[in-house]
Write a new protein. Structure first.
Length: 329
């Protein structure tokens, strides 16, 4: 069975975009691949996070992994810092990464272009840690959104560079990108991705949002003045986004939804999308509440750390031996 790995960085509460673009796919993949899914808490601290908020977000992320349908009997679920090999191989990867490669990474380039000050070294070097996250488990596939494909491409370059220098060590991973739902956009500004850092809180639906609030956000979503329900991503980005959300959650082709609501007002379509979203959130939240009041999170993380560490430590030790870092007695 091929191996797949992915993780989410919960710098805030997980969103509907996280569910459609990542979590839902993890659940679908766990029957066909050997799944490793982690919470990327080291990546959270490249920028300051309030410690109490961060701790809650980490707990909620694990609970939502389970509530969305990840099965610890099928997938290895763990916290990044519970497997110490991540940080160590991250440094080794940093020593095999060129400054020019890191300077071309999108997040660093964007923040530099905006003139942001006081950026941390971690923000600059985190792609090296991300590469280590993947390579530790010899993952064949990494499901990512379009905006994360660059990180997997760097990981592939680093794996090949290391293998060429020191001999065959790492599996070279392939990115896996879904065609529908890979990039869910903001409801208030469909030119931007739905983000946990949405300052207005109007464009982002959180998985733990009150259902009445989630419905209000959908009904208030920005559309256009064209007034025709059709698939025109360029000129009707907000409408397209709503249709894509509904299509992703119902597994219906986008054109089927267009055909059903053709000739009707945007309000009818928004109502349908709101129903679909609230049905999904309601199911997830009911399960979340059961999990959060049990000891399941503790048990899942303990078991996951043991299984993940056994594989990661073996990969790390092999890499260290290849480099010459280990003394053989």
């Amino acid at each position: 069975m091929k191996r797949m790995l992915s993780g989410i960085k919960p710098t805030g509460q997980l969103t509907l975009g996280n569910y459609i673009g990542a979590l839902r796919n993890f659940v679908n993949y766990q029957d066909d691949y050997e799944m490793f899914v982690f919470v990327a808490n080291l990546h959270c601290i490249t920028e300051y996070q309030d410690p109490k908020d961060l701790s809650k977000n980490l707990t909620d992320a694990i609970a939502l992994y389970l509530a969305c349908g990840l099965d610890p009997k099928k997938a290895t679920i763990f916290l990044q810092t519970d497997v110490h090999a991540h940080a160590e191989l991250g440094y080794i990867m940093a020593c095999n990464t060129y400054l020019g490669e890191l300077s071309r990474m999108t997040q660093f380039k964007d923040k530099t272009a905006k003139g942001e000050k006081n950026m941390t070294a971690g923000l600059y070097t985190y792609p090296c840690l991300m590469a280590a996250d993947i390579l530790l488990y010899n993952a064949n596939y990494v499901p990512v959104g379009e905006d994360q494909k660059q990180h997997v491409e760097l990981t592939r370059d680093l794996a090949q560079r290391f293998n060429n220098k020191y001999g065959e060590t790492f599996v070279v991973p392939e990115p896996l990108i879904n065609k529908v739902g890979a990039r869910i956009m903001s409801l208030s500004d469909p030119s931007k991705k739905m983000s946990k850092s949405d300052e207005t809180n109007k464009g982002c639906i959180y998985l733990l949002d009150d259902l009445a609030l989630a419905r209000k956000k959908i009904m208030s979503a920005v559309t256009d003045s064209i007034g025709v329900i059709q698939l025109d991503k360029e000129n009707q980005a907000g409408l397209y986004n709503l249709i894509e959300i509904a299509s992703s959650l119902t597994n219906r082709p986008m054109q089927d939804i267009v055909d059903e609501f053709a000739g009707q007002g945007y309000g009818k379509l928004k109502g349908y999308v709101a129903d679909v979203v609230c049905d999904t959130l309601g199911t997830i939240q009911n399960r979340y509440n059961e999990i959060i009041h049990s000891r399941q999170i503790e048990e899942v993380l303990s078991d996951g750390a043991k299984k993940a560490s056994a594989i990661a430590d073996n990969t790390l030790n092999t890499a260290k031996e290849k480099i010459g870092l280990e003394i053989k007695y």
